[in-house]
Design a protein around this ligand. Structure first.
Ligand SMILES: [Fe+2]
Ligand SMILES: [Fe+2]
Length: 299
């Protein structure tokens, strides 16, 4: 890719394939398992909820996950930590992680760079963080605590913007670069999130990738959503668009340490999509990530 700030060697091994696990009916589970190398577990989604708060993990789902190991690896992707909430993160999510780690050792765990609670109130959505020195200090301290507590790599994922950007002291890429260099944490690049931001706010993906240190990128997310009243929604309900696959190829060609590609699908969308489309999509993505176009592979 001509004009990149940092030249990165083409990654040699084909990345592993993962998909979302939020509990699955056993038929779909048996069909999906042979097609993936990892299950991406969202602890929030496999817990009991009471009064809006996450309780213990559901034992029947833990047993289903256990039945997939050791043939299928596990990665954890949290939703509810609210790592950027100023007055403290969500300790009930930490309890879920403690419980999960007491039974399994995932390859890594990850969270979104966002916040879901303010003053103890759940926003019922996730908002992106201000890119300031103060936020960077807060995140670095919390990431160090997570790294120390769980002893497996910790990755962060950029999320889509629902609101226009607040005034910032860092560009999006520089903020991630500072976070990874100060903590040693890894990154998840979500190709669909980038496309949403490009569609909704004119986000410049090529400039972002040129500025971003791509070495900490360990995982990439793919998903398919739809547009509503002109806004591209971060809803994981459909097969991946060709444009997202094309972006994924460009990312794969430039990230030498990218190990896992995860196709994300909401549990609620799975019945409408059906097992045959779900399995066909996993098979297609497996083929796509093994075949980076030659003109990109040499970049
Ligand atoms: Fe995510
Ligand atoms: Fe994602």
């Amino acid at each position: 890719m001509a004009g990149t700030v940092e030249s990165t060697p083409h990654r040699v091994p084909t990345p592993a394939l993962a998909t979302t696990y939020e509990g699955m009916d056993s038929d779909l589970f048996q069909q999906v398992l042979p097609l993936v190398d990892y299950l991406e577990i969202a602890p929030d989604s496999i817990s009991r909820t009471s009064n809006g708060h996450a309780g213990a993990l559901r034992p029947e789902l833990l047993d289903q996950i256990a039945s997939a190991t050791p043939h299928t690896g596990l990665i954890v992707h949290g939703i509810g930590l609210s790592i950027g909430t100023a007055d403290g993160w969500n300790s009930s999510y930490i309890r879920l992680l403690d419980e999960f780690f007491s039974r399994f050792t995932p390859r890594w765990h990850s969270e979104h760079l966002g916040y879901t609670t303010v003053d103890g109130e759940n926003l019922d959505t996730m908002l992106s963080l201000p890119r300031t020195e103060e936020m960077l200090d807060l995140l670095c301290e919390r990431i160090r605590i997570l790294q120390e507590r769980y002893k497996v790599p910790f990755l962060v994922e950029h999320i889509i913007h629902l609101l226009p950007d607040a005034p910032a002291e860092y560009t999006p890429a520089a903020f991630l670069n500072a976070l990874t260099s100060r903590t040693g944490c890894g990154l998840i690049l979500d190709a669909y999130n980038l496309e949403c931001d490009a569609h909704n706010f004119g986000f410049d993906i090529p400039s972002f990738l040129d500025e971003l240190n791509l070495h900490p990128v360990r995982e990439m997310h793919l998903a398919g959503g739809f547009e509503h009243h002109g806004f591209q929604l971060d809803i994981h309900s459909r097969p991946t668009a060709d444009s997202t696959i094309a972006l994924a190829h460009r990312i794969l060609a430039r990230c030498p340490n990218l190990e896992v590609v995860t196709w994300e699908l909401l549990k609620e969308a799975a019945p409408a999509l059906g097992a045959s489309i779900t399995c066909a999509e996993l098979t297609r993505i497996r083929a796509e990530i093994a075949n980076i176009p030659a003109e990109l592979a040499s970049c």
